[in-house]
Design a protein around this ligand. Structure first.
Ligand code: FES
Length: 250
């Protein structure tokens, strides 16, 4: 495939307190085989050579596993390809002379740090509120003696595949963190080792989610549609059941 040229419109913002705006850039001679983030690397090399501040964005693994990347590409969190992080989105999904609009994830609980980088530490605080098992579960051989059915372990594994990228929040009109929080609650509540603390966990994580000013879930489903790991909104239903069980039992 031939190299392509693209017209980018990118959100630039110096820091959290500055006013941001869209800036046009040309991405020239882009190989269709490179990833979206590598395309931004090429653009940034050109900007640095011209003495212009490069476009800031987050990334770490660039393999779809860490959740660090994430931006809104042409109105969609992580871009047009389903079940794909923006670091795994390839430029072969675009055509020569395409216009691409690139913006940060937008939510009150995710303040912009600079350009496309947002502060997602609200997610860390939700995990700190209960997204762990603190009871003594023994070593690996002990864990292997507790039978877990295939159906339950599959469900727990599906929930555990959440990488915490925040696309669910960015895509939700309520900026709800329900898919993220419910995936973490589901993962642990389904497993025998996690059941001991399930009530405290559900109560604490849901209340931290509210404190961080995320909106509530109104069953729109956009979170599931953009999730790069295809986490099901059925986990939100489980989170609500776990939360109700906790408050009714009090
Ligand atoms: S950089 Fe790790 S998931 Fe994209």
């Amino acid at each position: 495939m031939k190299d392509i040229n693209l017209h980018l419109l990118v959100w630039r913002q110096k820091d959290a307190d500055s006013k941001g705006g869209m800036e046009p850039y040309l991405a020239e001679n882009i190989s269709p085989d490179i990833s979206f983030l590598e395309m931004l690397d090429v653009v940034n090399e050109g900007l640095i050579k011209k003495g212009i501040e490069p476009i800031e964005f987050d990334s770490d693994c660039r393999e779809g596993i860490c959740g660090a990347c994430g931006m809104v590409v042409n109105g969609q969190a992580h871009g047009p390809q389903r079940a794909t992080t923006v670091c795994q989105l390839h430029m072969r999904n675009f055509h020569d002379q395409d216009k691409i609009v690139i913006e940060p994830f937008r939510a009150r609980a995710f303040p912009i740090v600079r350009d496309l980088v947002v502060d997602r530490s609200a997610f860390d605080r939700i995990i700190m509120a209960g997204g762990y098992i603190s009871v003594n579960t023994g070593g690996a051989p002990d864990a292997n003696t507790i039978p877990v059915s295939k159906e339950i372990s599959d469900q727990a594994m599906d929930a555990a595949s959440c990488i915490g990228c925040g696309a669910c929040v960015a895509a939700c009109p309520n900026a709800s963190a329900s898919l993220f929080t419910s995936a973490k609650i589901s993962h642990l509540a389904l497993l025998p080792q996690g059941k001991v603390e399930r009530k405290k966990r559900a109560e604490n994580m849901v209340s931290q989610m509210d404190k961080e000013l995320f909106g509530d879930c109104s069953n729109i489903g956009e979170c599931e549609a953009v999730c790069p790991k295809e986490i099901s909104i059925s986990h939100i239903a489980r989170m609500k059941r776990e939360y109700l069980r906790a408050v009714i039992d009090e």
